[in-house]
Design a protein around this ligand. Sequence first.
Ligand code: IMP
Length: 190
Amino acid sequence: MTILIVATSNPGKLQEMQTYLKDSNWELQLKPSELEIEETGDTFTANACLKASEVAKATGEWAIADDSGLQVDALQGAPGIYSARYGKTDKDRIERLLRELGNGSNREGQFVCVIAMARPNGEIALQAEGICRGTIEHTPRGTSGFGYDPIFYLPEQQLTFAEMTPEMKQRYSHRGKAFASLLPQLSKLT
Ligand code: IMP
């Protein structure tokens, strides 16, 4: 088993990554908490690559990072790469988004996830992207998941992400889709 450092401090993301990589021959380890990488990029891809590369160089191990966020059409793609910085807590972030969206009829949006994997020398070895389109609910529903899950609704499933089982979210979500395209490439690396 090769060690793979997960470059995140978000427990929700870590839990999902563990599920996606459970049958792989990588041993996941959480990045040291003192190692904080500032997200200075202006795209999901730039930030995912930055986090993976910096954590790999600092630890001397392979590293994987995900940069993700919610883009709301009527808010011109906001909060986008600022999704984690849109408020102090998940509750604050959801309240701000619902306030800014008001009662507008266009409630469409999408979750985007870019995953980057870096070699121990910091060089990016793999990248993958996943997108999941849906609509924004007027009030939060469901208790699973994390972040904006309670207000992100998938019309085809008639459920918010927070009402789905982890397996369902894995199947439809932006992160699930990004991992589905990453996994075949990942098995060729080792
Ligand atoms: P970052 O990738 O660390 O910059 O954070 C992305 C932010 O987007 C998270 O803190 C969440 O607020 C939000 N986000 C990303 N993926 C999801 C998801 O699967 N469900 C709900 N919120 C998400």
